[in-house]
Design a protein around this ligand. Sequence first.
Ligand code: 7PM
Length: 287
Amino acid sequence: MAILQCGSRALDLQYVQVMGILNVTPDSFSDGGDLFKHNELSVEDALLRATQMVKDGASIIDVGGESTRPGAKKVTLQEELDRVLPVVEVISKELDVVISVDTSQPEVINNAAQLGAGIINDVRALSIPGALAAAAESKLPICLMHMKGSPQDMQDAPVYTNVIDEVSAFFHERIKACAEEGITLDRLLLDPGFGFGKTLEHNLTLLNRLDELHGFSLPLLIGTSRKSMIAGVLDRDVDQRLSGGLATIAIGVMKGAKIVRVHDVLESADVVRMTEAVLRERGDWCE
Ligand code: 7PM
């Protein structure tokens, strides 16, 4: 249960793993660094950034070619393929790291799996026609993320009766859809989807009650890095949200998150190791 087989590489989820974000979109607002000021991140630049993140403690690199920013312009399939595949290929050749691909498109899933990707990370939880079949065929683990609405409309005043119950019901439904396609539980990760169709209050509730999502007995992934929930509390611009984000990581790890998706790998890895040390001392480390 603790070992997640990601293609040719394995992750030991007894320990919290750090997933470094590598956006290969021209308009990504929260990547940080000058590399992204130009129109497109070159493949060489992407490899340099991935190399640094591995040195800083990332065991997973999350490559994404579609901006899911609220209201963002849609990326064509061909654009996404052109951005993502060369980066997956070069990282797979050059680095000893698990590559996750942040995509919803069956064609990207198929091709990335062929080129050495190790995890499918889909903010739409395999809801696009053909995505379930492509993910099944890839044999790779899949992160099912909860989103209410679509990237275009998700932040238009989302309403829940009970956010934990609704996210849980969504997971239940998507796990069932995966099972019907032959995707077994040992290949699934769950993510409540911070910022995806949630108000500040919903995001804070989900973090506070993350442990209640353990009922599925599947590893939990959280992505809070630089998100607006931090700004909602601290009123900070996107480049001033590190401390707030680190606080959410400490809490998330305390509540059992097994993978943290972050921009700032070095700092996040320190917080993860420090929090793990405290948990280990408490003696309820293994789950
Ligand atoms: C614009 C808006 C750019 C939003 C990027 C984003 C998650 C994810 C993203 C997450 C998982 C960001 C998001 N967020 N995948 N992909 N979980 N599994 O802020 O929370 O990185 S994209």
